[in-house]
Structures are given as C-alpha cells and as structure tokens.
Design a protein around this ligand. Sequence first.
Ligand code: HEM
Ligand SMILES: *[C@@H]1O[C@H](CO)[C@@H](O)[C@H](O)[C@H]1NC(C)=O
Ligand SMILES: *[C@@H]1O[C@H](CO)[C@@H](O)[C@H](O)[C@H]1NC(C)=O
Ligand SMILES: *[C@@H]1O[C@H](CO)[C@@H](O)[C@H](O)[C@H]1NC(C)=O
Length: 326
Amino acid sequence: MGLSVGMLLALAVGLCLSVGLEAQLQIGFYKSKCSTAESIVRDEVIKAFNRDKGLAAGLLRMHFHDCFVRGCEASVLIDSTPSNTAEKDAPPNNRSLRGFDVIDSAKARLETRCEGVVSCADILAFAARDSVLLSEGLWYEVPSGRRDGRISLASEVLANIPAPFFNLDQVTQFFANKGLTQEQMVTLSGAHTIGRSHCTSFSNRLYNFNSTTSQDPTLDPTYAAELKKDCPQGSNDTSLVVPMNPSSPTVFDSAYYTDVLANRGLFTSDQSLLTSSATASQVTQNSNNGYQWKSKFNAAVVEMGKISVFTGTDGEIRLNCRVINP
Ligand code: HEM
Ligand SMILES: *[C@@H]1O[C@H](CO)[C@@H](O)[C@H](O)[C@H]1NC(C)=O
Ligand SMILES: *[C@@H]1O[C@H](CO)[C@@H](O)[C@H](O)[C@H]1NC(C)=O
Ligand SMILES: *[C@@H]1O[C@H](CO)[C@@H](O)[C@H](O)[C@H]1NC(C)=O
C-alpha cells in the first residue's frame, strides 16, 4: 500500500513549515543581540537626510536594487576588486546609486557597538524604512535577521533590474521573476514619488523614441518641453538630473500617481501603468487615496525585503559592507 494523499499532504506541509521556520526573518531580531541596532541606523539616516534629502531616495532605491539581484543580501554594497567587477559598477547602478557612505557610517558605529552582529543587508533594509518615514511616508516594522552574501557580479544586474524603457508586460515579468505580483509592482513603482533621474534614463522619449517619431506621444507635450530644457539634446553632460515628481520631489506622497494620470510619468515603465485597465484603476485609486497607497507600499516593500534572503548560518555578517570577509 502506498502513501495516502493525506499523508503526502501532511509531509509536504511539514517540510514547508520546517523550511519556512529556518528561513524566517523576524521583527526585533537584534533586540537581544544588539539593542541599539535600529536606532543607530536611524540616527545615521537622519544625519544624512538633514544634509541631503535626496539620500532617502537613494537608500530606498539601493534596497530595491539589492533585493532584485541575488536577493536582499547586500551584494549591491560590495566594491569591485582587481579580479571582480561588482554590481555597483554595472549599469544602471554605476551612474546613479547614492547613499553608500550612509551605510558605511552606520556599519562603522555598529561594529564598535556590537562587533560582527548586524548584517549589511539588514542595515540597508532599516535605512530604506527610515528613508520612507523621513520623507513623510508611514513607518513600518522591518523583519530582520538577513545575512550577507559573498558574491556580487556586474554581469547579473541588467537581467534582473527592470529598465525604464520597459512596457507593462516587461516590468510585470521582472517583478514576477522575484515572486511579486503586478499589483505589488504598481504599488512599489510609487517610490518614484521621491528622487531624481538622470536625463540619460529617459531622453529617448524626448529625442529618439523610434525611427518615425522623435517624441513619445504618450508623454504630455508641455512636460516634454520642460524636460527638453533641462536635458538638451546632444549634451555630453551625463550628470544632468531632473526630479521624478517635480511638484514634491522629497515627499513620499501619492503625487507620482497623479503625474502618471496626467501623462507625466517620467519613464515608459511609469507611463505603462495606464496601458491595462487593472493597473490603470490602481493608479487612480492610489492617486485618490494616498494613505491607503502608503500602507500598501509598506506591505509590498516588506515582501520585497524577503526575496532570497540568507538566514540562520547561511552567508556571513560582513565586517565592512564593501568587502566580503576574508
Ligand atoms: C518598476 C520598475 C522600475 C524601473 C524601470 C525603475 C527605474 C528607475 C530609473 C531609471 C531611475 C533613475 C535613475 C537615474 O537615472 O538616476 C529610478 C530612480 C529611482 N527608483 Fe526606480 N525603477 C523601478 C522600480 C522602483 C522600485 C520598486 C523602487 C523602490 C521601491 C524604486 C525606487 C527608486 C527611487 C527612490 C529612485 C530615485 C533615486 C535617487 O534619487 O537617487 N524604483 N528608477
Ligand atoms: C557604466 O558601465 C558601463 C558598462 O561597463 C560603461 O559603458 C559606462 O561608461 C559606465 N558609466 C559610468 C558613469 O561609469
Ligand atoms: C513609432 O511610435 C508611434 C507612436 O507610438 C507609432 O504610431 C509608430 O507606429 C511607431 N513606429 C515604429 C516604426 O515603430
Ligand atoms: C562635448 O564635449 C566636447 C569635448 O569634451 C566639446 O568639444 C563639445 O563642444 C561638447 N558638446 C556639447 C554639445 O556640449
């Protein structure tokens, strides 16, 4: 006699539970191990924010770029070495990620306080949370206990980070690849309510959209004209930047969705949220109800923060976030 369906089911559930338990992040993971961990990170993020509000956007994006390449294991923080080109030196990271020294300062203080205890991946997740709050988003608990990876490859970035010229199917697919739904993708795209973009990330929409049309017809022409002033054609200044949500670029509000509704989404990927009725209705809802969007954002960013994490005895606690342990 073989195994009954019931026994198989029980076995499967048991397996899932034990695997789940092992891989579980937990709120307050450092409470007994390093009680000031989260407050030290917050203190460093506040100092940075007071210096430059844009660093909040930088840190939130960095957490996203960490999680989407090899999971939330701080691979994005690793420096290149003579024998390895790391993620941070590949496009789209190399021209635009910012906030690395905020993580370094927090890590330095944490190593003095509790040597070898707090992972770089958790520091980054806490810093992203603090960035959302400082920008007037809502606070959320960050499940922690992540450990750091030992691999960071420039060659893996482009295949995992969605590009600004992607259409709706493409962005949806890249999030699905990480176990995130299309709705979570719409919710998380609202992060573009803070921060900036380099002209090079969207200038195709202004000057060379396709072989027959130079300017993207889905971009509001008045906005396009303003962008052309800030991003002149043929400029060799690759450091030119514009705010992504010009009306309130440092505030974590739902104005991003209002922009998208007005055909003022900066990237093709932003504007593509109007190309299906399901995503378009989420855009309208989020635009109308900022509080609800902020709560949904927090839930989605917590899910994003669980992608392929190392826990338990996997990975390591890096001593310097830029260097894998010897
Ligand atoms: C949906 C697919 C996404 C695409 C195609 C995308 C693409 C981009 C691009 C091209 C930039 C501008 C980089 C530059 O030129 O300086 C940017 C900035 C930014 N992204 Fe995204 N992104 C996406 C999703 C997300 C998500 C999920 C988050 C976080 C939850 C996020 C947070 C940010 C932030 C905060 C900035 C501003 C960074 C700064 O000011 O330094 N993005 N994104
Ligand atoms: C980013 O990396 C790409 C590919 O290696 C390179 O062509 C580009 O010049 C780099 N950009 C910056 C600003 O370093
Ligand atoms: C270029 O874009 C326009 C507007 O979206 C479209 O009507 C046209 O078919 C496109 N042309 C080519 C060659 O893809
Ligand atoms: C671009 O740079 C070159 C040399 O650095 C300079 O001669 C040229 O005038 C610049 N072009 C523009 C449009 O700024």
